[in-house]
Design a binder for this molecule. Sequence first.
Ligand code: AMP
Length: 470
Amino acid sequence: MGRKPKNQSANNAYQKHSKNTQDKNVFHSKVKMISRLRGMRDILPEEYVRWDEVINQARELFKYYGFLETDIPVLESQSLYEKSTGKQTDVVSKEMFTFIDKDGDKVALRPEATPGVVRSYIEHGMFNRTFQPVKLLWIGNLFRREKPQLGRNRQFSQINVEIFGEASAVADAQLIMLGYQFLKELGVTTQVQVNSIGDSLDREEYVKKLIMYFRDRKIRAKLSVDDKKRLMKNPLRVLDSKDEGTQSALEGAPQLIDNINDEARNHFIKVLEYLDEFDIPYILNPFLVRGLDYYNRTVFEFWPMRGANSGQNADSAESVEEAISRQSALGGGGRYDGLVEFMGGRPTPACGFALGIDRIINRMKEENVPMSSAGQPDIFVAQLGEAAKRQAMTFFEELRKKGYKAQQNFVKDSLKAQLEMAHKIGAKLTLIIGQQELVDKTVIIRDMESGMQEVYAFSRVFEEIDKRLK
Ligand code: AMP
């Protein structure tokens, strides 16, 4: 019998859960509906409030720190990813959505952003820009043909930040600080895991030592089937395996951090000194290597932890879903000093990281982070009667132009239904215009909490709204 995959029971629970939620509320028509593809997700309108919040906060924070937003194509040449990410990595060998387009070109949906951003940096000669280093922010969708499970979809979104043209440790440390701070401000508690994987020669030497270590049959036998294959193809990946057997096999293994050159070690020490200075808590994780070939020196990840809002103390039992979700990093990155040159540009030191928006939002929900009320309307405009409706529509437009947060439902004629909606969306005031108000040039202001209604001359209405919304 093969080993039972560690996450199998949780996956079953997840699949059962999604099936139940899919079945509920679905109208069963005789016409066969075309469903969304496996692993692809919809974001429903109620969810979008959180998406907006995360994306807006990312824009605000990173732009404040001098990152400029950029965009790259969804579709690129397949070879871009094969060259940059490495053919041996899972992202490229198994997970890319690729096809041959009608011109016979091999193309791929972007599975990660860094290769496209690097291509764009080179293609547009950004090394020539007046302001150096070049700091870029990218937010968008990525596609990986992975096995869908909790926290793992085939389409997902990331926030990527990259710094080109800065070799000093302050860049690495600033990135780690920003990622940590960003998540903290969203209400998500994380732990920074950090390591140095040295430079490529260090790794070549280290891989030889690792392979020697696994020559011992007894040790090798503890590896999972997948990790045995990895040991042949991409031995460093064995280090960050989540498999318990592999983890126990690694207990006596040589550590990469003990095998890096002096310059890389000094660089790493400086990164850690900056982190101490910025007061960022971190864990040194000698087994952290990250999945992709292009990293060198500093690598880091943001791991979710139980936060103050979760309502559970750190020792209480966690659900299977929670355990899986905690095993999955919210994001990570590192230095990739060789990549720009390797991709055909000038030698350019660089570093960056990516945060997964879907997983951040899941964590916000798990940690009971309240939804932002930033977009919530303060005012509801209700109307009664055809002529009053027209007046209310004009009035609503005036509210919008003056910058009030207002809502309406002009297709409804019943006042009761309109007031119900005003309650549901949490409006503080409802402004009612009926036939009488139209004739008198007045508006009724209803306080939604107390239910008290008062009539005001139209000319005084904005003054009164301001007073009440203060
Ligand atoms: P990576 O680009 O693999 O380093 O991933 C960076 C972050 O993107 C991860 O920490 C996740 O938050 C997110 N991520 C990666 N793959 C997926 C996926 N298949 N589904 C959802 N989020 C993902």
